[in-house]
Ligand binder design. Structure first.
Ligand SMILES: *Cc1c(COP(=O)(O)O)cnc(C)c1O
Length: 394
């Protein structure tokens, strides 16, 4: 049984289908953060770095996240945001293949990953090129020019899922270094980074891991690489001896070198509380429950709201933990749904996105959500100017 509704603060009257974008508040997080602020920050002041274990928190939490993605202890560290971790991983990966100049990614990748690579290419100014192909063409595009393959396993728009093992094998056969972005995978689908053999993996913790807005990202480096990786963002907390205050950088042993600066201690207290729920969850059971909810949702929507066109792969093995439907007035339709308490989101140009999170959603929630979708479509509730003005965050 993976349903853990009692663990979360869910507003009454809301069916939350957006945990793929921002997980809900775990009840324990409020108390944990309050205690951290009062007892640690408030009372210990700067002594908290040692006495409350703030300095080790990025490694300690990293190991807990690592267990959810198949990473051995000591290979994952927390910090910064995912955009920064993408930059760091790709930069480190490029240094491992000095004679090649192509970074390969796909057009389904989340734009910030591509923007970070574009910025890195400009900063390095060594003639690197970002090669973008359709997701289905990634394997064929791996030739002997490709230094690094950067892919997000689950497409943020459609939910389409790459086969990590197969693609990593193909990248290695082509002599490239593999970097996976697990933003929509961690806490959603079974992942085994060690078994897949990729060099690096990165991800965020505010989506399926419920760490809260601004929760830190994670970065994994394969155990055998940890001592050779050049961290690139050479911050003081990734130094071998930060409090020696040497004038020259010398990387810390192991994954600790991927730390940059002061960790977000308050935010990580919330994340630690959020991670407690995973101690009692079997991720393959969670996956099976997610697929069942998604299959129910698709069949109900297709039967009751035929105007919506499935934009996700029909084969559940090819999908992450979200289902997307295309509709020309998708933005307004989603606003109309949100007004009725069914919270999903919209991704340009016409994608209505629904995330499935079996920790706090069951089949009754799915059927109730489709009741609202049916009404919004049948009565054309989206056709109201009030729903058509776009907010900054969609
Ligand atoms: C959510 C997401 C991000 C967000 O990056 P931040 O730096 O945390 O804002 C990046 N990449 C992918 C693939 C994502 O899904």
């Amino acid at each position: 049984m993976v349903l853990k509704k009692e663990f979360f603060e869910l507003p009454t009257g809301v069916i939350y289908l957006d945990g793929n974008s921002l997980g809900p508040l775990p009840k324990a997080a409020s108390a944990r953060v309050a205690a951290m602020m009062q007892d640690e920050w408030g009372q210990m002041l700067i002594r908290g770095w040692n006495a409350a274990g703030w300095m080790d928190q990025p490694d300690r939490v990293g190991d807990r996240v690592g267990r959810l993605i198949g990473a051995p202890a000591g290979t994952v560290v927390m910090g910064d945001t995912l955009s920064v971790k993408v930059y760091q991983a790709v930069a480190a990966a490029l240094n491992m293949v000095p004679d090649r100049r192509v970074i390969l990614s796909d057009t389904g990748n989340f734009p910030t990953d591509l923007y970070m690579v574009q910025g890195l290419i400009d900063a390095l100014d060594r003639g690197y090129e970002l090669r973008l192909v359709a997701p289905e063409e990634v394997a064929e595009a791996m030739d002997d020019q490709v230094a690094v393959v950067l892919l997000t396993q689950v497409d943020y728009r459609t939910g389409r899922m790459h086969d990590m093992r197969q693609i990593t094998e193909r990248a290695h056969a082509a002599g490239a270094v593999m970097v996976w972005d697990l933003a929509h995978s961690a806490g959603a689908v079974p992942v085994d980074v060690a078994a897949c053999g990729c060099a690096f993996a990165v991800g965020c913790t505010y989506k399926y891991l419920n760490g809260g807005p601004g929760a830190p990202a994670f970065i994994y480096a394969r155990a055998d690489l940890a001592e050779r990786v050049e961290p690139v963002l050479a911050g003081w907390l990734g130094h071998d001896a930060p409090f020696a205050f040497d004038l020259d950088y010398r990387p810390a042993p192991g994954i600790g070198r991927m730390r940059v600066g002061t960790p977000p201690v308050i935010q990580m207290a919330a994340l630690e509380a959020a991670l407690d729920v995973w101690d009692a969850v079997d991720i393959s059971e969670l996956r099976a429950a997610s697929v069942a909810l998604q299959e129910l949702f698709i069949s109900e929507v297709e039967a009751r709201a035929p105007e919506l066109r499935l934009a996700s792969p029909r084969d559940p093995n090819m999908r992450g933990s979200q289902v997307s439907f295309a509709f020309d007035e998708g933005y307004a339709a989603m606003q109309a749904l949100i007004a009725r308490g069914v919270i999903g989101d919209f991704r340009s140009p016409d994608i209505m996105r629904f995330g499935f999170t079996p920790l706090y959603l069951d089949a009754d929630d799915v059927r109730a959500a489709v009741d609202h979708i049916e009404v919004v479509m049948r009565d054309r509730l989206w056709d109201d100017p009030v729903y058509k003005t776009r907010a900054a965050v969609t």
